[in-house]
Write a protein that binds this ligand. Structure first.
Ligand code: GLA
Length: 753
């Protein structure tokens, strides 16, 4: 049994043999947090919490040990405000009498096999009941109005604990929740680094690592989506942790809206981490009998560094979060029309575009934005999904889809269902369907408003119109976009007392329409997108198994974006495309091979007109697509390891590696962006291999030399046919030749002998 309750100790232990999580009840039911870490054979719970008097820390009345027991010092599971704990609370509320002091006590608990879902929210699942065990602990607020059920699931196949809370009004009056976090985790040390992912449009998920400081530090979004700016992920790690060793405690939220990821180092050298829906502008009305479910938090612990952390997240995402039938299916090589044509296309031009791509091996052609209403620019027609632009597509979507299928290729379409253009039939008919606030003129972003998805009628319209389009032709793939942040957050359908629910209800609405549309079309491969990676989160991945990682397709910036994204998400989920040069985002020109090696490190495709390339370049692309198809089962379904970080060092280098599920194939990629004179011969060590096996190089490709006085040494460097020991590759490494051009890349494929 992975979860036990020890009656004598009044303790709960969750363990899968590798990780362990321990809680204990104190006095009349305070729920303390005793341990989260490596599974232990010996653990004396009486020594876990060193009780001592703390000046300035309030004590409960009438306890024998009153002066040494304070909620301000007790490590807790779900901290509260008003009863002596001054650290960041997990839950705050205004009770029906207007006060906000909360104090929870244990009532009961239940342990069961498997895991429940959460109505209306994406949530981790088990494929078979024996994959996980769940503990639900019910706590009651001493004033009698609130009941809180804390839920914990531990998985057998991954070192993950999933937590959430359900808060119910069990009184007679109305209560307002002003904060309801998904997780609060107290760690008995402050000697930790805080690792977070920050960014901006076209520059998402950059890694930031700093030591924790005394006091509160927060990464958050109030943009209505997870955001380009901050990922709802946080890791705390030992100062000496790196990719290969050291303790890491990480947390991600199964949520796609406003969030807050906070840490607090208290004055006694402890750390509290709290994550959940952002309490900024959040107030949730709970009438008698109502409940509120928080999104789930995914906790990972490892003693083996960040690669190990990521592999736990990757396996968890693939096995317990991605629900699509495509989750373990190889993904097609995709060619998207956006950067090739933007909104300037016709049925014929897209068919020509497709013919050129199919000739080179493309398997899926995607028509991006611009096919509906009168949309030639981004200033109109969002919402008018059933009005096909006949000037561009005289034979509707079906006419185009049939012709693309006729080329022996799949067909995909772009949509942006959550939005409405001010200049659209939809907005003219229903001006109250956009989020808006009385007496305020709405703000636009990219010339568009956000639909009020808190409303059932709006959601029904969206589901109905999108389903009509998807049912009108043979569509194999959908790119679901979301191109702005929320402003003017108000709904004409809700009373004043519920307006601060709307940002959260919007996300519930997104989940509702995604649920209905993806269920109605289970055979469509959905890719989510939000101006690139604004909403690459553990919430949407439940509905859509892949994500357009970023609008930036420059190989150099992509190394950083893909490296950062891989902290949480497996390569199969990351849309990675080769685009034309000069690059449309940063104007950089990089070699085709280097662009390929970077894009092939994920869910591969092109974002350009392949027909416009020279015949030689087309041959090169043909070879690249064929090679990707050969290698994709290892890339998409194998294990991923980061080897050299683009965020560290002075040499502008990145390296990473894939190992197939059975260990027989190893793919290694190395990038060096800026050439230095008399560059180092860089030795890179691989990892995750069998030390006793030998590995033969079956493929070695590198970016050709550009140096004026280039000798032939690069051609001599070909490692194809060379045999390395697994131990040699892991401990001596492989030499990367002296690179003599900018934006160089090496690709090595090894086969175990
Ligand atoms: C967003 C996406 C792009 C493209 C455009 C279309 O910016 O990230 O890939 O689909 O919208 O308008």
């Amino acid at each position: 049994m992975a979860i036990t309750y020890n009656e004598q100790e009044r303790s709960f232990t969750l363990s899968n043999g590798r990780i362990q999580y321990v809680m204990k009840l104190f006095h009349d039911g305070y729920l303390g947090h005793m341990y989260f870490g490596k599974a232990l054979k010996h653990f004396n719970i009486d020594r876990a919490f060193y009780q001592t008097e703390r000046e300035g820390a309030p004590n409960p009345e009438a306890l024998a040990d009153a002066r040494t027991f304070s909620l301000d010092a007790l490590p807790q599971e779900y901290g509260l405000y008003g009863s002596g704990d001054y650290r960041i609370p997990a839950l705050t509320a205004v009770l029906s009498n207007g006060t906000s002091t909360l104090d929870l006590r244990y009532q009961s608990h239940e342990i069961f096999k498997g895991k429940k879902g959460i109505a209306g929210l994406p949530a981790a699942f088990v494929n078979k009941e024996d994959e996980a065990d769940t503990l639900e602990i019910t706590l009651k607020e001493v004033g009698g109005e609130l009941e809180v059920v804390l839920s914990y699931t531990i998985f057998n196949d991954v070192d993950v604990i999933v937590r959430s809370a359900r808060i119910k009004n069990v009184g007679a009056g109305t209560v307002y929740l002003t904060k309801a976090a998904s997780v609060s985790l107290d760690l008995p040390t402050a000697e930790l680094d805080r690792v977070q992912l920050w960014g901006k449009h076209a520059f998402e998920r950059q890694i930031d690592r700093t030591p924790l400081h005394p006091g509160i530090e927060i990464a958050a979004s109030s943009r209505g989506a997870t955001s380009h700016q901050h990922q709802n992920f946080l890791a705390l790690c030992a100062h000496n942790a790196d990719e290969f060793q050291g303790e890491v405690y990480a947390c991600g939220l199964v949520w796609s809206g406003n969030f807050e990821a906070a840490t607090e180092v208290d004055s006694f050298g402890n750390t509290r981490m709290v994550m959940g829906i952002n309490d900024f502008d959040f107030k949730w009305e709970l009438k008698a009998g109502d409940s509120f479910n928080t999104p789930e938090a995914v906790l990972v612990y490892t003693a083996d560094g960040f690669n190990a952390m990521s592999q736990q997240f990757h396996a968890f995402v693939q096995n317990h979060l991605v629900r699509s039938k495509f989750r373990n299916e190889l993904r097609p090589v995709l060619v998207n029309s956006w950067e090739a044509a933007y909104m300037d296309f016709t049925e014929d031009s897209i068919v020509d575009f497709a013919k050129d791509a199919v000739k080179l091996g493309a398997e899926l052609i995607v028509l991006d934005d611009g096919w509906f209403g009168v949309r030639d620019k981004d200033n109109c027609s969002l919402g008018d999904w059933t009005i096909i632009n006949k000037k561009k597509l005289p034979n509707d979507i079906k006419g185009l889809a049939d012709r693309i299928h006729g080329l022996g290729c799949k067909f995909g379409l772009w949509v942006e269902p959550e939005m409405v253009s001010p200049d659209s039939e939809l907005f003219r008919a229903h001006p109250d369907w956009a989020l808006g606030v009385p007496n305020h003129k709405r703000y636009q972003q990219r010339n568009q408003y956000v639909l009020d998805l808190s409303r059932q009628d709006v959601r029904d319209y969206v589901v109905d119109s999108i389903c009509k389009v998807l049912g009108s032709a043979d569509i194999d793939y959908v790119k679901w976009d979301m191109n702005r942040n929320l402003t003017d957050i108000g709904s004409a359908a809700f009373p004043a007392s519920q307006q601060q629910e709307i940002a959260t209800r919007f996300v519930f609405g997104v989940y509702d329409i995604m649920e209905r549309i993806t269920q109605a079309f289970p055979n469509i491969l959905f890719e989510s997108c939000a101006g690139g990676g604004r909403r690459f989160d553990l919430g949407l991945i439940y509905y859509m198994p892949q994500v357009w990682t970023s609008d930036d397709t420059d190989e150099v910036i992509r190394q950083r974006i893909q490296y950062g994204t891989s902290l949480v998400f497996p390569p199969i989920t990351m849309g990675c495309h080769v685009s034309a040069c000069p690059n449309h985002q940063v104007g950089r020109t990089t070699p085709m091979l280097s662009r390929f090696v970077c894009a092939m490190s994920g869910n591969f495709g092109y974002e350009m007109s392949l027909g416009k390339l020279s015949p030689e370049e087309q041959e090169e692309v043909k070879g690249h697509i064929a090679l990707y198809k050969e290698l994709r089962s290892t890339i998409q379904l194998g294990k991923f390891y980061r080897l050299m970080s683009p965020f560290e060092g002075t040499q502008n280098e990145t390296a990473w590696q894939f190992v197939s599920q059975d260990g027989s194939e190893v793919i290694f990629m190395y990038f060096k962006n800026l050439c230095l004179p008399q560059g180092n011969i860089r030795k890179v060590c691989l990892t995750g291999l069998d030390p006793d096996a030998t590995y033969k190089v079956s493929k070695h490709m590198w970016t050709p030399s550009l140096a004026v006085n280039a000798l032939d040494y690069l051609t001599n460097y070909n490692l194809e046919g060379d045999v390395f020991g697994g131990d040699e590759l892991m401990h001596f490494g492989v030499n990367m030749d002296k690179v003599d051009r900018d934006f160089a890349a090496h690709l090595l494929v090894f086969k175990r002998q």
